[in-house]
Design a protein around this ligand. Sequence first.
Ligand code: SAM
Ligand code: SF4
Ligand code: F3S
Length: 491
Amino acid sequence: MTAFNLDDLKLDFKAKTIDESRQGEALSLDLPEGIESNGKKYYIESYGCAMNFNDSEIVASILAKEGFASTRDFNEADLVFINTCSIRDNAEQRVRNKLNNYGVIKKRNKSAIIGVLGCMAERLKEQFLEQEKIVDLVVGPDAYRNLPELIAEAESGQKSVNVLLSREETYADINPVRLGSNGVSAFVSIMRGCDNICSFCVVPFTRGRERSRSHLSILAEVRDLQSKGYKEITLLGQNVDSYRFSENEKLKGKKLIDLKDSDDVVNFANLLELVAQEAPKMRIRFSTSHPKDMLDDVLHVMAKYDNICDSVHLPVQSGNTELLKKMNRNYSREWYLNRIAAIKRILPEATISSDFIAGFCTETEEQHQDTLSLMETVRFDFSYMYYYSERPGTLAAKRYEDDVPLETKKRRLQEIIDLQNKLARESHKADEGKIFEVLVEGTSKKSDEDHQGRNSQNNMVIFPRKDSKVGDLVMVKILKGTQSVLIGEIV
Ligand code: SAM
Ligand code: SF4
Ligand code: F3S
């Protein structure tokens, strides 16, 4: 069931964020009521993380207001957008290959405009226009409000670029249109950017400084989704635990020694609780937690509310303290295991998932073994696993040599994958005989006779549909646990 691609491995089917099968997905929507078409169509495809997909929904919302209609067929588009990711070199290669293919668009329609959005646009800026001649428009993640003007500029024959990063932009007032949605689950961005400088990571450079969106606008979006019949939301941020929204503008960005969480500062535990109360019938998930910042308060809120799902995604990256230090992750192996112990104590039913990087600079065989032993100790249910890809401009690229040979990186990654698969098989086997509440998300990929959906623990469950409908919550008894899914029947 599990598809391996060693170059960019994600175990699909249980996506906490955006799985491999959705990378490059083209999305479309109808124009909102009352908006007249301006006669132009755009096509947008997205890569990368859930936040980037959510950004495409913000872009769609901005374009819809201007009367642009969307299409899933780039051949009939006047504007072709690729919302890009820079996280690993192969993510960028994929976009370049796509741009090569899109050369045909210009041959067919000289006035067609090709725009590159997102993280790769931000990383390469004007250089993109020199490297990829077919590109007319380069727009970074904080400049989407400016798209209508940039499009007009490009239409007048000029190449246009806006890659300014902002300290304030959260698109708080823009209700993203739900592209490609199953009408059941939706993403809600609660913050943008990242202030951690993990040495391997390009995100702080492509997304800028961390800023939190007003809790009031988040709650309004949650209410809107609830009124539209959505059943599940995932709160998104690169480091949700550092969410902090202050009503007092003067406090924003200030490092005050005694700035305590008080009535005018909403932290992530507060926000999670507010959302759980606002939408008691909706399931609530969030991603991503950072081990250095995930304290017990968030776990206690999760334990208190039944509608907050029992799964924690806590990327560890490596099981070796010395390497974690080089990665600038600001926690040790012991601290991470302390956080795992807290999860197991406060949320005994919760599943735990993680991210791993194999073959980071200077990683020795012993350090790699530390990662495997940590995996055995924690018994992760699921992981995203990658081998290290040096990113230009990052701390690691400046400080350390990328000295682990590719073959070794791939071999270590394979060992991590093999162990994760074993842990997943064991964990899912242990679920046989249990009964879970499952939110029906759609038809199973394998058979029209079956439905698929996830339990609170974020396991994908497949079962004969009987009279269940998409969006229903059904009780399913697990008959068989495989490496990637649980198979059961409605009881
Ligand atoms: N903010 C989240 C965190 O801190 O865990 C996730 C950030 S990133 C979008 C998702 C994952 O990509 C990371 O957790 C890491 O495992 C992986 N990653 C980031 N930079 C990488 C690199 N240069 N090479 C390989 N994997 C990388
Ligand atoms: Fe990248 Fe680290 Fe920020 Fe995650 S927390 S986005 S890995 S810098
Ligand atoms: Fe996401 Fe890729 Fe950017 S993972 S934040 S789209 S670099």
